[in-house]
Ligand binder design. Sequence first.
Ligand code: CP
Length: 344
Amino acid sequence: MNDPKQSTMHPGASAARVGMKQFISVQDVKDINAMAELALNYKAHPYADRTLGADKRIGLLFLNPSLRTRLSTQVAARNLGMEAIVFNVDKEGWALEFEEGAIMSGNTVEHVKDAAPILGQYFDVLCIRTFPSLKNREDDYSEQVIKSFIQYAGVPIVSLESATLHPLQSFTDIITITEHQRLTTHPGGGRGRRPKVVLTWAPHVKPLPQCVANSFAQWMNAWGEADFVITHPEDYELAAEFAGKAPIITNQDEALKGADYVYVKNWSTYTDYGKIYSNDPGWMLTEEKIRLTNNAKVMHCLPVRRNVELSDEILDSDHSLVTRQAGNRVWAAQAVLSEVLRSL
Ligand code: CP
């Protein structure tokens, strides 16, 4: 392990080093700013803890596709000296059953209560990606899949995006805002002035989960270091448990006024669950709309449908932070995995 006396660790980052037994939402993080410092410290010194995960094995279970989450978590694990094994459960594994008491005469082959404890013997940490069905809100919002792994695996569980939340993405988003604030308004290292951050709905051709928007709202509310506003068309409200007290403005132009950061994301309807009510291209962020902002930086979790969700003119301009943001996924994952390793 890194010797703290010779450490490259920023003092703010050491405060994060309390250990973490699971990472499925912002509620698993004791101090968001300290964790962000830890992540930025890893960005400056990727191998500062290169032996922390020696002889530890991490399993990355994917029930759905991924580019960034899969690869950034593998890179992060490698930087900490861990062995990472990816298992594409949806393509290569047995179809899992999650219902308690299920009569398994249908398509499912293995119950999670049988599979998860075995995976818990193979791995020291398990990471899981599972999307919602978007068919039944109560089922999706019960987070049965990730909670079943927590119940039965017997090892720490890290969410790589679940039915309702994407905490590694949201943590990355806060790291990216923190970093950009520091680079632009306080190059000396301070946090800079309080920014205005707008989460805006964007059009899309398919009904998408609410996870990224829910999670971003949850983290922004918990962080409390920005004036946070949500804008979406009528009937696209997010679950109150995640939107919290953030002002909701259904006039996008009004919401964008004076914004320092605009977070663009599509989500399907929550109340009449999983539907597309509007595909109004007028909600796509353009150069004209950016002129309403405080020369805002634009964020998106990616992948993005160009010229549907976000215009080329924004994505290919200096307004876009999306590449930096995606790069920061490594440091977010590394900070989280390091804290999970400390809890073992
Ligand atoms: N943002 C994100 O989670 O990207 P991937 O789906 O490619 O992992």
